[in-house]
Design a protein around this ligand. Structure first.
Ligand code: GAP
Length: 494
């Protein structure tokens, strides 16, 4: 059942998933907090990400790094010069908007990557005016999106809050490569915060000024870009692509991995395109029809990319929305860091005896956008039940199971329920609830996404059995307490 973003936002706040940060002071645009349930879903997503991406190769590792970074990092990466967004400012009032978004909203045509002059022309041609005061716009200008920081007191160092987690693995590369036995491909993954001074943050966590990314940087030998030892296992796998050449029809076209290689995309790149799709479809269970791999053209690609596909999910009210991207960044970043830091980033190719700077394939995902998508897809307004059912799968949902005593005023029923809860809580994310009627508790559990509710009733005192209710079917089953843990184990992996 489709809901509006407003209703969705109100549900997420009411239940303690996501809400505006610093709200008691009126909030700040583009900043959100995760409550007790939202935090659990976010952590669960991150765990699934770790299990999937960091096990793609035994030479992939996770690191954690500072969020404030040296100014020279961004001189080297090109962010100081190129990490800019176009601004459309009203000529009369204080209204400002990202110029390409203003145009896209009004014309429904993509405007990403156009120059300020082109954007100014389109705004004029389409006679776009300020939505607040109806005045015309000033010519489009650009602003750098990074947050500067003055670190220290007295003598201060100009630094920046990193605008992408990626730069941390890049500046860590040489040391990690030495420590990790000088082997390529080397994967350095990181889940962490990124900061961007977005011109017009909006749509809850979809466009924030502080957000979490999960990115895997794979450093590899560019001479081996047309090979991958495991490619045979995916060559017939069908990818849901929308290439630049498909845009006129605006239709997803299924292509096998082998077909994409024939279209001149490198094997190493296509292999990881498959892994990105498998992560969303198989691990997160995003419905096929809501997923696509969208190829960006030369104008739209990020300034550091040679090949760039966005990973997109079709969201209620927003349509296909970028969750992440597969970025072939070449040696752009490592060469930049070598030049500015004077530290050698080269490694030795044992086969040819020649030195080279590794290239980087970046598997970049937005954690907040992915969590938003999971909640959007899971949200079901069940009219028959009269409540929302959050159909998150077991490994993502905040609570896998809940234990209820049928009544709260019978000491022996409550004691038995507590015993069952105590035995489960160390194995599963488990909730205990004895407030209000069982019907009300089921409804509450549905809204939190609890997959199985276990009720201890009067019969339980006699037969040592409980009732398990399945969230999605509402079917109930009677089962011995002694078999409960094993039963839940089977259900968890179902
Ligand atoms: N390291 C590459 C990189 O940062 P990006 O496309 O700019 O690439 C990657 O960002 C992902 O981070 C996006 O696909 C999106 O999911 C997330 N992201 C970017 N800006 C965001 C914002 N303002 N709010 C929430 N998520 C954002």
């Amino acid at each position: 059942m489709v809901v509006t973003t407003k209703e969705f936002a109100s549900f997420l706040k009411k239940k303690g998933f996501i809400y505006q940060s610093s709200e008691i002071y009126g909030g700040l645009a583009g900043l959100y907090d995760y409550g007790h349930l939202g935090t659990k879903v976010k952590r669960n997503f991150e765990d699934v990400w770790r299990k999937f991406f960091l096990t793609l190769n035994e030479n992939y590792y996770e690191i954690d790094a500072a969020q404030i970074m040296h100014e020279n990092v961004f001189e080297a990466s090109g962010h100081l010069a190129n990490f800019v967004d176009p601004v459309a400012k009203c000529s009369k009032c204080d209204f400002t908007e990202r110029a390409d978004h203003l145009i896209e909203d009004a014309t429904k045509k993509r405007a990403e990557g156009l120059s300020p002059e082109q954007l100014t022309d389109i705004i004029k041609k389409n006679k776009l005016t300020c939505p607040q005061c109806k005045s015309t716009f000033q010519p489009v200008t650009i602003i750098n999106m990074m947050f500067p920081v003055h670190a220290g007191v007295g003598t201060t160092h100009r630094a920046f809050l990193r605008p992408e987690t990626a730069q941390s693995p890049y500046v860590n590369f040489k040391l990690q490569y030495e420590i990790l036995r000088k082997k390529l491909p080397l994967g350095l993954g990181m889940i962490g915060k990124a900061f961007r001074n977005e011109i017009s943050p909006r749509n809850l966590t979809l466009r924030q000024r502080e957000f979490t990314q999960a990115e895997l940087q794979i450093f590899f030998n560019p001479h081996k870009i047309n090979e991958h030892s495991d490619f045979d296992s995916v060559k017939n796998y069908k990818l849901q692509t929308l290439l630049v050449t498909d845009r006129k029809k605006n239709k997803i076209v299924e292509r096998t991995a082998a077909e994409l290689v024939k279209l001149k995309l490198p094997t190493f790149y296509v292999y990881h395109l498959v892994k990105m799709q498998q992560f969303y479809l198989d691990e997160l269970k995003i419905p096929h029809k809501k997923f696509r791999l969208y190829q960006l053209d030369d104008k739209e690609k990020a300034f550091y990319n040679k090949y760039h596909f966005d990973i997109e999910i079709d969201l209620t009210e927003h349509g296909f929305t970028e969750m992440g991207g597969l970025h072939y960044r070449t040696d752009h970043d490592l060469s930049g860091h070598q030049k500015v830091s004077k530290e050698k980033m080269e490694v030795l190719d044992e086969e040819s005896g020649k030195k080279f700077i590794p290239h980087v394939l970046e598997l970049s995902l937005g954690v907040d956008r992915s969590v938003y998508a999971l909640l959007d897809v899971a949200y079901t307004d069940d009219k028959k039940r009269g409540n929302v059912v959050l159909q998150l799968q077991s490994k993502l949902t905040p609570f896998f199971c809940a234990v209820f005593p049928l009544v709260k005023n019978k000491e022996n029923v409550v004691k038995k329920a507590r015993d069952v809860y105590d035995s489960l809580k160390t194995c599963y994310s488990c909730l205990y609830d004895q407030a209000s009627s069982v019907g009300r508790r089921y409804a509450r559990a549905d809204e939190m996404g609890v997959k199985y509710c276990i009720t201890i009733d009067f019969d339980s005192l006699e037969d040592d059995s409980v009732t398990i209710r399945d969230r999605d079917t509402t079917k109930q089953e009677r089962i011995k307490i002694s078999e409960l843990k094993d039963k839940l184990f089977t259900l968890y992996f179902k």
